[in-house]
Design a protein around this ligand. Structure first.
Ligand SMILES: *[C@@H]1O[C@H](CO)[C@@H](O)[C@H](O)[C@H]1NC(C)=O
Ligand SMILES: *[C@@H]1O[C@H](CO)[C@@H](O)[C@H](O)[C@H]1NC(C)=O
Ligand SMILES: *[C@@H]1O[C@H](CO)[C@@H](O)[C@H](O)[C@H]1NC(C)=O
Ligand SMILES: *[C@@H]1O[C@H](CO)[C@@H](O)[C@H](O)[C@H]1NC(C)=O
Ligand SMILES: *[C@@H]1O[C@H](CO)[C@@H](O)[C@H](O)[C@H]1NC(C)=O
Ligand SMILES: *[C@@H]1O[C@H](CO)[C@@H](O)[C@H](O)[C@H]1NC(C)=O
Length: 931
């Protein structure tokens, strides 16, 4: 198995290999033989991934030695941005829940609209400290803006997270990471890993230490002599972490004659970058944030030596925006090389914007494309059989979003060399390609897309990190003399020249770049459109009979929201929209809101009406984390079809002014409109009051709706039209069977035992003075124990079913059940002994203290149980108050009695409450306070 292990450190350099064979997979709870491939996602092998490739869908199995949610993300870069996340966890009702989520950025991945087409659960469970699930994922996503492809032919970035909590996103994962995994069998030439290679030597390119000036941007150059020999081969790269100010580092091959270089050798690095012109233009390798070690497969290497180049220029770029003073750095890059001839010699071709300065981008735009063309005049210099591209390193700065290298061959665009979406500056890497053939005469069109939304002035291309770059460095074989292929505009650097694109070809054997005119800049291909986005195809929403497209999202198992925007409203940008809230009556209230969070959102709250037969739908608003209050500006109507039936509340709503509200707005054409929801389980509110007080929500979440997919149909209640098509996305699998009854019975009985009966029995024996008190005490406590047995029976059943047996609540409960069993026996012995010897014996202490500890532990355990059940705050508060009062009363009585007893025994006089005092059971039937 070929793997890459990348540490998540800032410089991302630690590379660790997993010895697969040493990791036992016996703990995997599912049938592993159904899969073709396996990789450990973490270094200790406690998160394992399995897969079986398929034509349309690929099946994945993931297992983790953890008992909480488990998430597997399909990412373009190893970053969260743009990742599809498959999330498995144990739901509130004990069933296993599977969710499709998508991360729009470094934010909590949102529940996707599509819960059925992209990724779907086959099986999953959480038991014995292991969470696992098997699911299938569509290889070609339906909509690349909101979903991700699987790179089935080559390498796929996976990100994963697991936790000991079953609540996704609310708790930080206890562990997470990324892993580049080769899913397919395509030939690849390197691994992102520091593998040992036989018969190799090391050398280190070390930049003498420089003091980084307190300036935002500094480039330093130092010349290095490569190991001697006619022909050597680089087979491994081991970047070494140095200063956090290092923005990137490039090693260039110098093809200029040695006599023009040697005076630079053994000199201090030249950091006078604004005037210095680096004479070395061949690209060897780079380091940028995210980059790891890399090792070529056996038989591949990048040649150097006197037949190629003997000197290399190290360029370090320091980014010091805080203008720190006195920072130093001695950057280095370790290589391993061999002098044994490799079978396949690898070369690197530079594509993209080699004219770093002089160009500008429009500010304030979501995506600004910057395109350069590598023209046929240059690719014609390739050998007749062409070259094979094996990897590409895409490089932009902070505004970079997407990048692609498209191929036009003989007048037709063919499949692209590479497309990378959701580029992330902190996650740069050498992307494996599945052997892409390139032919002489091909035209390669490199486009970078930048987000300039935050800029108010034109954004320059340039060397500073705050400017932008656009490079694609392509590794290929067999090596040839073409080093770079692009276009330049001589007018940019020399205003006396006319502005015009010319082709530029850099060849290792020519001292100067070749510049030439080319027809490539006037072909229809010069600005190819964005390719490969199928979001506009209505794959998930076909108009129904009435023409109304209804989007439907169920962010929780049983809480669903739907939306329709009539054609007329969409085209005019305002007017009516229709939405529906639907939830079981086990919820006190459910709210849907327009916005990214409840404050300042346009909120619609549903609860049962006063007579309990219909729902009340109140528009509300809040500006902070306080209860939303009625918002009478909202123009809403509760429509036919609303009501309560079959245990579900439904509100069909028309809103006539939902495109704007006092604190926000939503375009009715928004393809990624933000919505939030919240709800609270609990008893029916039964009120018509639009301002009725509600308790705080137990769950809140958000999702996005593409309104274009909700658009269509007449301006009429769409939820009655039977023909309307519904785009369903239910986010949770598993049954919705209710177990609340059982949990409530368990809680009620155990509370009665520990909060009412046991303490009463104990207080009684302390305070009362009755004939036969010991037997009354015993009878009461045995009755309490019987109630507790019933409660424990239900509890153990549920814990077994829902895998809670290892929870502290269950452990304490079972312990109490066992220990309290002996109380009547020990109590009886204590009573007998006490009567005999007239003072407390070992049995007395055993009985008394086990009882006291047991009661307090039982009370506390009730609280743990409520927490485990995620009980509503009303229950928790009621329990807390009651248990608190009872506990306080009980403890006061004990303390009071013990004090009395201490006083009493020192005076050898018995009074009320001093248990083993002088008062004996003179009545002969056994009496009271000897406990
Ligand atoms: C495991 O899966 C393989 C392949 O699908 C199948 O042949 C085998 O019978 C399965 N084993 C068990 C124990 O289910
Ligand atoms: C490296 O050398 C060892 C010992 O000679 C040998 O067993 C191993 O197969 C070699 N590995 C490769 C990749 O050639
Ligand atoms: C724009 O600025 C915001 C806030 O500082 C930041 O979160 C976001 O990443 C920036 N966007 C780009 C494209 O730089
Ligand atoms: C280019 O296209 C022309 C006509 O479309 C065809 O005759 C020719 O063989 C093609 N050349 C290559 C190299 O495919
Ligand atoms: C988009 O959809 C069309 C038609 O379904 C399909 O042929 C094409 O391959 C899809 N493109 C992508 C990038 O998935
Ligand atoms: C609930 O109220 C709405 C609005 O008044 C009405 O259209 C609907 O028929 C009512 N539902 C029931 C079940 O009475």
């Amino acid at each position: 198995m070929q793997l890459a292990h990348l540490a998540l450190s800032t410089l991302g350099l630690a590379a660790l290999a997993v010895a697969q064979s040493n990791v036992s997979l016996d703990w995997i709870p599912f049938n592993r033989t159904q899969f073709d491939g396996n990789a450990a996602l973490n270094t200790d092998g406690t998160v394992q991934l399995f897969w079986r490739l398929g034509e349309e869908y690929t099946t994945f199995g993931i297992a983790s030695q953890s008992s909480g949610y488990l998430a597997l993300g399909f990412s373009a870069t190893g970053a969260m941005t743009g990742a599809d996340m498959a999330v498995g966890l144990r739901g509130d009702n004990g069933s296993f829940v599977f969710e499709n989520r998508h991360a729009a950025g470094f934010v909590t991945p949102q529940v996707s609209q599509d819960q059925t087409n992209n990724m779907r659960l086959i099986e999953g469970d959480q038991e014995n400290g292991i969470t696992y699930f098997i699911f299938e994922k569509k290889n070609k996503a339906d909509c690349l803006t909101r979903q991700n492809d699987v790179f089935t032919d080559s390498w796929q970035w996976f990100i994963y997270a697991h936790s000991d909590q079953n609540t996704f996103a609310q708790h930080g994962p206890s562990n997470m990471g990324k892993e580049y995994v080769k899913l397919g069998t395509g030939n690849t030439v390197s691994v992102l890993d520091a593998r040992p290679v036989n018969n190799t030597q090391e050398f280190i390119v070390l930049q003498p230490e420089v003091t980084i000036p307190p300036e935002e941007t500094t480039y330093c150059y130092s010349l290095h002599k490569m190991p001697a020999g006619r022909k050597n081969f680089l087979v491994g790269e081991r970047p070494v972490a140095s200063s956090p100010l290092l923005h990137h580092l490039v090693l260039y091959a110098c093809y200029v004659p040695a006599d023009q270089l040697t005076d630079l050798l053994d000199k201090e690095p030249n950091c006078d970058w604004e005037t210095y012109s680096n004479p070395c233009i061949g690209f060897v390798t780079e380091w940028a944030p995210g980059m790891s070690a890399r090792t070529f497969e056996d038989g591949y290497g990048k040649p150097f030596g006197s037949d190629f180049y003997e000197y290399a220029m190290l360029e370090t770029h320091y980014n010091n925006p805080e203008l720190l003073v006195g920072e130093t750095d001695a950057a280095s890059y370790k290589f391993i090389y061999t002098d044994e001839q490799v079978g396949t010699e690898i070369g690197t071709l530079t594509l993209g914007n080699m004219q770093v300065n002089g160009w500008f981008m429009e500010p304030g735009k979501e995506l600004v494309p910057v395109t350069t063309i590598c023209t046929p005049e240059c690719t014609d210099k390739w050998p007749a059989e062409g070259i094979t591209a094996v990897s590409v390193f895409h490089h932009m700065h902070f505004r970079g979003r997407n990048m692609r290298v498209q191929i036009v061959r003989n007048g037709t665009e063919i499949a692209p060399l590479s497309t990378i979406r959701d580029f992330d500056y902190g996650y740069q890497f050498s992307k494996a390609l599945d052997n892409v053939q390139l032919l002489p005469g091909d035209q390669l069109i490199t486009t970078c897309e930048f987000n300039t939304m935050n800029d108010t002035a034109p954004v320059p291309g340039g060397q500073p990190s705050s400017s932008e770059m656009c490079f694609a460095w392509v590794d290929y074989y067999p090596l040839n003399s073409v080093l770079g292929c692009t276009q330049v505009d001589p007018g940019l650097s020399d205003p006396s020249q006319p502005h015009a694109a010319v082709g530029m070809c850099l060849v290792s054997t020519a001292p100067e770049p070749e510049l030439y005119a080319s027809t490539a800049f006037t072909t229809p291909f010069q600005q190819l459109p964005v390719i490969g986005d199928n979001c506009t195809s209505d794959a998930l929403s076909v108009p129904g009979a009435s023409g109304a497209a209804i989007l439907n999202t169920c962010p929780e198992t049983d809480v669903c929201f739907s939306l329709n925007v009539p054609e007329q409203s969409q085209s005019s940008g305002s007017g009516d929209i229709y939405f529906q809230l639907s939830a079981p009556t086990t919820y006190a209230w459910v709210a849907l809101a327009q916005g990214t969070m409840m404050s300042n959102a346009n909120i619609f709250l549903m609860h049962s009406s006063a007579d309990g037969s219909n729902v009340t739908l109140s528009p509300r608003s809040t500006t902070g984390h306080v209860m939303p209050t009625h918002n009478d500006a909202a123009d809403i109507t509760l429509l036919e079809g609303s009501g309560i039936s079959n245990g579900r509340m439904t509100a069909n709503v028309r809103c006539s002014n939902c495109s704007t509200w006092s604190t926000g707005s939503m375009s009715l054409q928004d393809t990624s409109s933000d919505w939030v929801y919240a709800h609270q389980r609990g008893p029916a509110i039964n009120s018509d009051d639009m301002n009725v007080a509600i308790t705080q929500h137990d769950t809140e979440g958000g999702f996005q709706w593409d309104l274009s997919r909700a658009t269509g149909g007449p301006d009429a209640n769409p939820f009655l039209a039977t023909g309307a098509n519904t785009t369903t996305s239910s986010s949770s699998a598993g049954g919705a069977h209710s177990q609340t009854g059982m949990a409530q019975a368990h809680g009620a009985m155990a509370s009665i035992a520990f909060v009412a009966i046991f303490p009463s029995g104990a207080i009684l024996v302390r305070l009362a003075s009755l004939p036969g008190l010991a037997w009354i005490h015993g009878g009461l406590q045995i009755f309490g124990y019987a109630v507790f047995i019933a409660a424990a029976g239900l509890g153990i059943f549920m814990a077994n079913r829902d895998d809670y047996l290892q929870e502290p609540h269950a452990i304490i409960g079972i312990l109490l059940l066992a220990v309290l069993f002996f109380m009547p026996i020990v109590g009886t012995i204590h009573h007998k002994m006490f009567k005999k010897v007239q003072k407390r014996t070992m049995w007395s202490y055993g009985h008394i203290f086990t009882g006291r500890i047991g009661i307090v532990l039982g009370m506390v355990n009730g609280g743990l149980g409520l927490q485990l059940a995620n009980a509503e705050s009303a229950y928790t508060i009621a329990y807390g108050v009651f248990a608190g009062l009872m506990g306080a009363g009980y403890i006061s009585v004990i303390v009071f009695a013990e004090l009395k007893r201490a006083k009493g025994s020192s005076k050898t006089s018995g009074t009320f409450g001093s248990d083993e005092g002088k008062r004996l059971d003179r009545q002969g039937s056994g009496s009271g306070s000897d406990q």
